[in-house]
Design a protein around this ligand. Structure first.
Ligand code: C2E
Ligand code: MG
Ligand code: MG
Length: 286
């Protein structure tokens, strides 16, 4: 803990830390089992193009159905998976499963969609990310341009030269790169250019506060303008209200994702949603 806050300091060992450490250990062991016993699944959340209202992509989000504890939210198991290194194995599974599902939807005749997969910094450091991604694409038969990887700002800040190489190689295959949770980290403008990312995902915290906090509104406007002049796409996360959507459209944001359109859904439910959506789009002539 002392190291976490930047060394040259100290922290007392507390009962609470002991509990947390035990809980982490317990979750770690259960996660190992869960991977073997296929307790993980993916839910998918639509991403909407604000120009025409169509679904242009889906984000794959990991879910853990524990036989006794029930649904464990990713905020509880992803950090533990990162700490223990299990995220490499879990991340490989997520990539394989997401690509396979996207390929199945294509074969079933659904309109073309990009599938977005979250990549942890640890996968960049320890995994063979390029091999893993290529293996998932080959096994599924999915085209590389149907895959988007969501990276966090921290990945592009650490180990810049090595990660630059990896991102360039992925992009050369036709895979797109989005920056997740933009605005919560370093928000460096130089890396957006150097890494030639395709899209910025504006963090949900800014969208949530749009109507109550003039500063959030100013930040969102500024990010969209900056992205546009760099010719990057923008996608607003966590859009829950029509007011937020109106603001974003007016500000020139290119995409949105959030409960207003659809919650993350299991694969079958999502396919049903998309079919309905496509039918609606045809009938309304858009
Ligand atoms: P994220 O990548 O930023 O994903 C967006 C999160 O916002 C998802 O939470 C989604 O359910 C939630 N969300 C979407 N629209 C709304 C909305 O309108 N309102 C609200 N309140 N929330 C909304 P979720 O599924 O709980 O995932 C949380 C985080 O866990 C993700 O944040 C991501 O960082 C991480 N995560 C999930 N799956 C994976 C994975 O396969 N690999 C890695 N490395 N991380 C993952
Ligand atoms: Mg994400
Ligand atoms: Mg996000």
């Amino acid at each position: 803990h002392a190291k976490d806050v930047g060394r040259n300091t100290y922290r007392f060992f507390t009962e609470q830390m002991n509990v947390n450490a035990l809980e982490r250990l317990l979750i770690q062991n259960r996660m190992r089992q869960a991977l073997e016993q296929n307790q993980f699944t993916l839910h998918y959340q639509p991403q909407i193009d604000l120009a025409d209202g169509r679904v242009v992509g889906v984000e794959a989000l990991a879910r853990w159905h524990h036989p006794e504890s029930g649904m464990v939210p990713p905020d509880r198991f992803i950090p533990v998976a990162e700490e223990s290194g299990l995220i490499v194995a879990l991340g490989e599974w997520v990539l394989r499963e997401a690509c396979q599902q996207a390929a199945r939807w294509r074969r079933a005749g659904l309109p073309p969609l990009k599938v977005a997969v979250n990549i942890s910094a640890i996968q960049f450091q320890r995994g063979n990310l390029i091999e893993t991604v290529m293996a998932a694409l080959t096994a599924s038969g999915l085209e590389p341009d149907a895959l988007e990887l969501e990276l966090t700002e921290s990945i592009l800040i650490q180990n810049v030269e090595r990660h630059l190489e990896t991102v360039r190689e992925l992009k050369a295959y036709g895979i797109s790169i989005a920056i997740d949770d933009f605005g919560t980290g370093y928000s460096s403008l130089s890396y957006l250019r150097r890494f030639a990312v395709d899209k910025i995902k504006i963090d949900r915290s800014f969208i949530r506060d749009l109507s109550v906090d003039p500063e959030s509104a100013a930040i969102v406007r500024a990010v969209i303008q900056m992205a546009r002049s760099l010719q990057l796409g923008t996608l607003a996360e966590g859009v829950e209200t029509q007011d937020q959507l109106d603001f974003l459209r007016e500000a020139g944001c290119s995409g949105a994702q959030g409960y207003l359109h659809c919650r993350p859904l299991p694969a079958d439910a999502l396919a049903a949603f998309l079919t309905q959506d496509a039918r609606f789009a045809r009938h309304s002539g858009t």
